[in-house]
Design a protein around this ligand. Structure first.
Ligand code: ATP
Ligand code: MG
Length: 368
């Protein structure tokens, strides 16, 4: 698979090298084969990400505790003229992991490379990244929980001692040569911290969890991005977009862009008025809690096919024809956080609140 190297000041710094392998055997990294993936109504999320991504730490809104700690790491590193310790960011999709990972090398003024975990098939695929890594530079590894074991093991000494062990020959002639690397920083990102092996996790000096955003922070993000997009919106419309974006900046950006389309067509000044924002939400089928069609379909499937649960993840995935990864990464986190579903040892359950949200009587299910 293609290797992607990006250096600072190179505009083309997208992290689009994702392998969308799933539990249905689709291991081709081919988006087209996948049923409705994240951002259900917007296939251009990646492009939008790049346009609206904050460029410096001061542009990063919300996550104040994390930002504060990152600021301390950066200032201390700069003051000591040192190499930054390895950092792991975990959290749901679209929450700012790549954003922070790209802002850090900019703040430090160091080179930056991007690799996608699933695209590294063998240690040799990682080798060029490691040998290219300049003194103090950052290597960002996205979806680090999906590194193959052999690649992960190859990375251990590189992270710990800035050394790689290359095996040559076989049998009696086998020998290992060591190669010294320049001190560098790995920034890992994962939507599944729990899937990371313990030795991998332990190699990160700093570990930061990014959680869903508060509505006020999302309002701020929406307003700032409206300015970047040269569009205007009312205070109430900004609140509406923020409220329906599942605590996730990427979703807020997507909704803002879609709402802007409606404003372009309906408002003489192209302004996103409150009425236009409401109309857009209806057209996009985003409900009062911010659930999209696919989220509601999840709830409806568990209720109608599995009598409200408990239902196993893969059974739900098969019923919906959606990869389990997509369910776990993109759909379930917000449903869980909103208390609409529960995860139990026996499977997923739609809660009373989930039933009520669908306009159903919880008493109808024999299992709740
Ligand atoms: N703290 C923030 N302040 C302002 N905008 C943000 C912030 N976090 C994220 N965004 C916006 O959301 C977009 C998506 O964020 P990002 O790409 O960093 O998510 P991610 O956590 O890497 O997601 P994935 O798991 O899908 O890779 C960014 O391009 C940016 O526009
Ligand atoms: Mg990312």
């Amino acid at each position: 698979m293609a290797r992607e190297t990006t250096f600072l000041d190179d505009d083309d710094d997208d992290d689009d090298n994702r392998d969308n392998s799933d539990n249905f055997g689709n291991d081709q990294g081919d988006n087209d084969d996948l049923p409705l993936n994240r951002g259900d109504f917007d296939p251009n999320s990646r492009e939008i990400d790049e346009r609206l991504r904050p460029q410096s730490l001061s542009d990063v809104i919300g996550q104040s505790k994390v930002v504060e700690r990152v600021r301390v790491m950066l200032d201390a590193t700069k003051k000591r003229n040192d190499t930054l310790g390895h950092i792991l960011f975990d959290g749901p999709p679209g929450i700012g992991k790549t954003t922070l990972a790209t802002v850090i090398p900019r703040e430090l003024g160091v080179d930056f490379q991007i690799a996608a975990g699933p695209s590294l098939d063998a240690p040799k695929d990682l080798l060029p990244y490691l040998t290219n890594a300049g003194h103090g530079s950052v290597l960002f590894i996205d979806e680090i929980h999906r590194l193959r074991p052999a690649v992960e093991e190859f990375l251990y000494p590189a992270m710990e001692d800035f050394r790689i062990d290359i095996a040559l020959g076989e049998g009696l002639n086998a020998r290992t040569i060591n190669m010294q690397l320049k001190p560098f920083t790995v920034i890992g990102a994962t939507t599944r911290a729990g899937m990371l092996t313990a030795p991998m996790r332990d190699r990160f000096v700093y570990r930061e969890h990014l959680d869903f955003y508060e509505p006020d922070d999302l309002v701020e993000i929406v307003k700032r991005n409206a300015v970047k997009l040269k569009t205007s919106l009312t205070e109430e419309a900004a609140g509406e977009v923020a409220r329906r974006s599942q605590g996730t900046p990427r979703k807020a950006n997507n909704i803002l862009l879609r709402t802007r389309d409606f404003a372009t067509l309906r408002d003489p000044n192209g302004q996103i008025t409150t009425a236009i924002a409401h109309h857009a939400m209806e057209m996009l089928e985003i409900d009062s809690l911010g659930l999209e069609r696919q989220d509601r379909r999840y709830l409806e499937t568990v209720v109608s096919v599995f009598q409200g649960g408990p239902a196993g993840l893969s059974a739900i995935a098969h019923s919906m024809s959606i990869p389990t990864d997509t369910l776990e990464d993109d759909i379930e986190p917000f449903l869980l956080r909103s208390g609409l579903i529960q995860r139990t040892p026996r499977g997923r359950i739609v809660t009373d609140r989930g039933y009520e949200h669908l306009g159903l009587d919880p008493g109808l299910s024999p299992f709740i």
